[in-house]
Each structure stands twice: as structure tokens, then as C-alpha cells.
Design a protein around this ligand. Structure first.
Ligand code: HEM
Length: 132
């Protein structure tokens, strides 16, 4: 009996990863992440709004894109318009490729607190819910 209990314990402990949050929009874009990352408020993001220190928020996640400014195929000027600000709509509206979406991971530094989020919270906005 002890053996069975111990086997069950190891199966359950191995098979219970941290909960994964999944979201998808109408383009099939799936953005997922683990909760509990560094929490960064919009107020803090707003203090990083220059070409030497540039943070943006995309789908409730905070990215430090300072190093990417000069590499952006759409130009640094465009990105700087969103320095220290919310840029989900601009990012999505520019029709970025899956590669561009994947590239975001490289610059990820944290997530907004739950009360400042639009997408990544229970009952949060799905982009597919937005009327045309
Ligand atoms: C902040 C994170 C961003 C990343 C990592 C990123 C990445 C990229 C990449 C890799 C491309 C090449 C095409 C593609 O693969 O889709 C691209 C193109 C483009 N991006 Fe971004 N982008 C970002 C933010 C933005 C924002 C906020 C805008 C605002 C409007 C924007 C506007 C554009 C435009 C207009 C192009 C097309 C450029 C052209 O074809 O000449 N991007 N971006």
C-alpha cells in the first residue's frame, strides 16, 4: 500500500506543472505565459520612454525594447511613439508575423498587475471579441 501511495505521489508531483495561461485571438495567435513573473505597473513603464530606455506594453506584458529600436524593420521612430506606453493595438494592427511575435520573448521583462491588465486575466478581452 505504501508503495502504491508513493508511486501515486511521484506521478502527481511530476505531472503538476505551474498553471499555464493561454489566450488566442482571431488570427490564431496564441500567447501564453506563466503567472508570477515580475510585476511592473503602467506608472513604472511610463518612466522608460526614451530612445536610451524604452519599455512598451503588449498584451499586458512589459518589454524592454531599447536594444531593438535600431533593429526594428519598421524603424525606431514608430516604436518610440509608444515608448513607455501601451502598444498592443499598434503591434497587432501592423500585421506582424509569427516570427515577430516570437521575437517579443527576447525582450520580455514582466507583466502588469492584474488590475491593470486588459487581456491576461479571467474573463479578459479576447481580440476576437472586438467588433469590426
Ligand atoms: C515592440 C515590439 C516589436 C517587435 C518585436 C517588432 C518586430 C517586427 C518585425 C520582426 C518586423 C518584420 C516583419 C515581420 O516579421 O512581421 C516588423 C515590421 C514592422 N513593424 Fe514591428 N515590432 C514591434 C513593434 C511594433 C510597433 C509598436 C509598431 C507600431 C506601429 C510596429 C510596426 C511595424 C511595421 C509598420 C512593420 C513593417 C515594416 C516594413 O515592412 O517596412 N512594430 N516588426
Amino acid at each position: 500500500m505504501a508503495k502504491v501511495a508513493s508511486a501515486l505521489f511521484s506521478v502527481f508531483s511530476l505531472s503538476s506543472p505551474r498553471p499555464q495561461v493561454q489566450f488566442a485571438d482571431s488570427s490564431g495567435l496564441s500567447v501564453s505565459g506563466l503567472p508570477g513573473e515580475r510585476v511592473i505597473t503602467l506608472e513604472e513603464v511610463s518612466r522608460h520612454d526614451t530612445d536610451k530606455d524604452c519599455w512598451v506594453v503588449i498584451y499586458d506584458r512589459v518589454y524592454d525594447i531599447t536594444e531593438f529600436l535600431d533593429e526594428h524593420p519598421g524603424g525606431s521612430e514608430l516604436l518610440l511613439e509608444y515608448a513607455g506606453r501601451e502598444a498592443s493595438g499598434a503591434f497587432r494592427g501592423s500585421g506582424h508575423s509569427d516570427a515577430a511575435i516570437k521575437l517579443l520573448d527576447k525582450y520580455f521583462i514582466g507583466e502588469l498587475p492584474i488590475h491593470e491588465r486588459i487581456f491576461r486575466k479571467q474573463g479578459g478581452l479576447m481580440l476576437s471579441n472586438i467588433p469590426e
